[in-house]
Design a protein around this ligand. Sequence first.
Ligand code: ATP
Ligand code: MG
Length: 277
Amino acid sequence: MLELSKPSEPEQTGDADVRPTDPMIEFTDVGKTYGDVVCLEGLDFTVPSGEFVSLIGPSGSGKTTVLRLLMTLERVSSGTIHVAGKPLSHMPKGKRMVPADEAHLRRARRSIGMVFQHFNLFPNMNVLRNITEGPVRALGRSKDVAEARALELLEMVGLSDKATARPTQLSGGQQQRVAIARALAMDPEVLLLDEVTSALDPELVTGVLHLLRDIAATTGITFLCVTHEMRFAREVSDRVMMLDRGRIAEEGPAEQIFTDPREPRTREFLQAVLDRD
Ligand SMILES: Nc1ncnc2c1ncn2[C@@H]1O[C@H](COP(=O)(O)OP(=O)(O)OP(=O)(O)O)[C@@H](O)[C@H]1O
Ligand SMILES: [Mg+2]
């Protein structure tokens, strides 16, 4: 059984615009352009608290961009994003909403964790410090508390014996487990996953996917997961969203999307992916 503490209570900011009954993630008419390139357009979707939602779609359809907007690594060009009922992309100023400033983004980012395709561990720090760095620096935890928690998380991901190893001394699958532990150490309410197994050797993929499945099953964390692992998406997801050219082409329960897709684009995409596997 996995031992995880509950996500921390949302900070009491006193904002009048907090809407606690709202979905965990809400995109409203979100657009993102890079110069002339339209990457996302009129994107509307919600993810209820505690759901596991997979985002599928062709290369270049905007999946990573959706996650990068949530991580506040990018800013929306139009529309708004709310996380846990609070505006992420914007903040109140008097009676108006204005684009969020850096301090607002930093605060908002705290409830969201992300695991990337290429692990992105800090190469110059050992495994333990990779996990404690965020809680100590961003959450103000003491080193002792952060280390005790990191050791619990390392046990959970099956790497108790690697606390003092450097990332370069680990296999890809082990590095990805550390990256997952590092994300969990921040007690996220939302965990974003971007093709977390696509850089791994095939024999390491299943272990990482099972770990994620167990975390999803035993915590209240809300997942938004970009994946090409269709079997995993089908098994674990509450819902699947198919993104095509920056818009949601289709969304529905995982079983329906995989057995009875309504949109020709979804059918074509699934056919192409399943043929390749
Ligand atoms: N920093 C950037 N500058 C310019 N264009 C960008 C930038 N980031 C993304 N894009 C463009 O936005 C579109 C969506 O990119 P994104 O990375 O979100 O796609 P994706 O669905 O994640 O694709 P893949 O499955 O290949 O990872 C692409 O056309 C891409 O070229
Ligand atoms: Mg991508």
